[in-house]
Design a protein around this ligand. Structure first.
Ligand SMILES: Nc1nc2c(ncn2[C@@H]2O[C@H](COP(=O)(O)OP(=O)(O)OP(=O)(O)O)[C@@H](O)[C@H]2O)c(=O)[nH]1
Length: 213
């Protein structure tokens, strides 16, 4: 039996300077920049991966963390299949900030979006200000999974994107079987995940960057 082709949208949210852009660039281009250039509005990259016999194309949206861009959030997280709520393990305020993103996403997207709480900069463990236990417990309390990453050292980054991809594929799979059961039973439901044949072009919109944190 041939595999399926999935297309998923994932969005990176979190305060400025926590490493959202760095995680995306590390994953897609295996690059890391020591400099911080604030994202303006948003940028996105695509990446295609294989999970077993299935093909998954990720459209990864990196949003601007600066408060003045907050109101643009819904434009970018709309219809997302998954979201990374990123904080910096050395910055407690950035951890507090993701809690309001979680509330907002749950209100706007309900349980349709897979939430991942990401503690980035794990290479700075000696400066940690967010207790790992607290972060993991918080993630569990909101039905999310917690991940530790270092975009700088490339720790946990592939695993993060692979895991969310698998979870989104599983969710798509289960909503399709619900769909098909409903169709057989003559009832209807809303379907959010799209299966499509994907093309090979890698798109890079860099509507960024200026300044520094
Ligand atoms: N030590 C360390 N520094 C990191 C890591 N990830 C990112 N940085 C640094 O943190 C700074 C901010 O990284 P960005 O990826 O630009 O942060 P951002 O969240 O996209 O910031 P905005 O675009 O303002 O929202 C840069 O100086 C990066 O080099 C990491 O894993 N470890």
């Amino acid at each position: 039996m041939s595999g399926k082709n999935y297309q998923f949208k994932v969005v990176l949210l979190g305060e400025g300077c926590v490493g959202k852009t760095s995680l995306m660039l590390r994953y897609v281009q295996d690059k890391f920049n020591e400099e911080h250039l604030s994202t303006i509005q948003a940028a996105f990259l695509k990446k295609k991966i294989r999970i077993g016999s299935n093909s998954v194309e990720l459209a990864i949206w990196d949003t601007a963390g600066q408060e003045r861009y907050h109101a643009l959030g819904p434009i970018y997280y709309r219809a997302s299949n998954g979201a990374f709520l990123v904080y910096d393990i050395t910055d407690i305020d950035s951890f507090e900030r993701i809690k309001s993103w979680v509330k907002e996403l749950k209100t706007s997207l309900g349980n349709n979006c897979i939430l991942c709480i990401v503690g980035n900069k794990s290479d700075l463990e000696k400066n940690r200000n967010v207790p790992i236990k607290e972060a993991e417990e918080y993630a569990k309390s909101v039905g999310a999974k917690h991940y530790s990453t270092s975009a700088k050292l490339n720790h946990g980054v592939n695993e993060l994107f692979l895991d969310i991809s698998k979870r989104m594929a599983e969710k798509a799979e289960s909503s399709q079987s619900t769909e098909s059961n409903n169709a057989q039973n003559g009832s209807s439901s809303t379907k959010r995940n799209v299966i499509q044949v994907v093309d090979d072009s890698e798109t890079n919109q860099t509507d960024k960057k200026t300044g520094c944190c």
